[in-house]
Write a protein that binds this ligand. Sequence first.
Ligand code: HEM
Length: 403
Amino acid sequence: MQSPTVSIPNHVPAHLVRDIQFETLPGATDDPHKALRQLRDYPELFYAPRGHIGRGVWIPTRSRIIREAFQDAARFSSHQNAGFSAMFGEAWPLIPLEIDPPEHIKWRVLLNPLFTPAGVQKMEGKVRARTVDLIEKVRGNGGCEFQKEFGGPFPISIFMELVGLPMDLFDAFLSMEDGLLRGDAQTQAQCARDIRDFMVEFINERSRHPQDDLASFIVNSQLDGRPLTMDEKQGILFLLFVAGLDTVASALGFLFRELALDQTLQTRVRTQPEARANLIEEILRARTGIASGRCATRDMEFYGVQIKKGDRFALSTTLANLDEEEFGDPLDIDLDRQVNRHIAFAVGPHRCLGSHLARRELRIALDEWLERVPQFRVKDGERPKCSSGPVLGVTYLPLVWGS
Ligand code: HEM
C-alpha cells in the first residue's frame, strides 16, 4: 500500500499506514460514499501520509472514535484547522472554527442568536424568494445541469442576502469561491486574499453606513466589553462564507441526484410531504460528508496508538454516519429509519452553527422544486459525477423533465 515517495514520521508503526487520499479514492467519481466506506476495512485508527489535502493524517474509521475526538477539544485542537489565512502568509483564525475552548464559547454566545430556529425564521422569506428565482430561470428549459444552475449558486446567494452584500457582486463571489475551494495552490491563495480584501472593504463600508444585516451586526459587536478587531471581523465573515457554501451545495446535489436516480423515492416524497423531513435527515446522514482537521495537543496513547503532539487528524463525518455499528444498512436511504443520530453537523463544541439554516435551505429547495418542476430524471446517456474530498460533492448532475 505504501508509496516509496511519501514521508512517514518515525513513531508511526508501518502496519498502521495506508497511502490513501480523500481526494482521489478509487470509484469516488461514481459513488464517493461507497468508496469512502471501504476504509472501514482498515484498522480503526490508521495513518495516511498524504491523506488530507496532501498532509499526513491519522484517520479514525469508527463512529465512536470520531465522536470522541470531535468532543475532546483539549486533546484535539482546531487551531489552524482550515488554514486559509496561512495560504497567503497571515495568521488570523476563522472564528469560531479555529478557536479552542474556553475562548471559543464567547464567540458562540455572540453568534448563536443569529442562527437559532427563530433567527433563521426571519430569513425564510428571502431564502424562498431566491429559490423561486433560480428555479424559474430553468423551469421552462426542460432540463438543467443542476449543480451549475442551482446547487452552486443557491447557497452563495443566500450568504449574500444574509450578510447584506449587493447581488450584482454574485458572479465575482461565485468565481472567488470556486477558485478558493477547487483551484491550484496559487489560485487558492489569490482567491483567499481577494475574499479577505473584499470583506475588509465591506466591513469598512458598513462601519460608515450600518444597515439591518449580519455584517453590520458584526461591525457593531463587542467581546469582553471591547469592539472586535479587524482580524476578528474578517475571521467571522470569511468563515460564514466558506462554511455554508460547499456544504449546502453538496447536500443539495446529493439530494437531487438521489431523487433523479430513484423515481419511486421521488414519487413518494411528491405524494407524501410528511416524508420530506426524514429524506433530508437521511441525505444528511448517508450522502453528505466532511473531513475535519484536528491537531493533537500533547503526546498520548489513543486507542492503543502512540500519538505525538502536533500529529494531525482527519475526522470524517461520512465514516461516522456510515458505521454499521450505529446504522443498519448504512448506505440505504430509509425514510422509515426510526433513530437517526447522525453527525453530519459534527458533535462537540464546534457543532455546526448553521445547521438550522442548512436544514431550512434544503427543505425550501425541495418543496419549491417538487411544486414547480414535474418528475425529473438523469438525462439519457449521461451519468452524474461526484468528488470525494475534503467535502464530498456532486460535480455534474444533468437533469431532464417533462415529455
Ligand atoms: C448541509 C450543510 C452543512 C453541513 C453538512 C455542515 C457541517 C459542518 C460541520 C461538520 C462542522 C464542524 C467542523 C469542525 O468541527 O471542524 C460545521 C461547523 C460550522 N458550520 Fe456548518 N455545515 C453546513 C452548513 C452551514 C451553514 C449554512 C452555515 C452558516 C451560514 C454553517 C456555518 C458553520 C460554522 C460557523 C461552523 C463553525 C462552528 C464552530 O466552530 O463553533 N454551516 N459545519
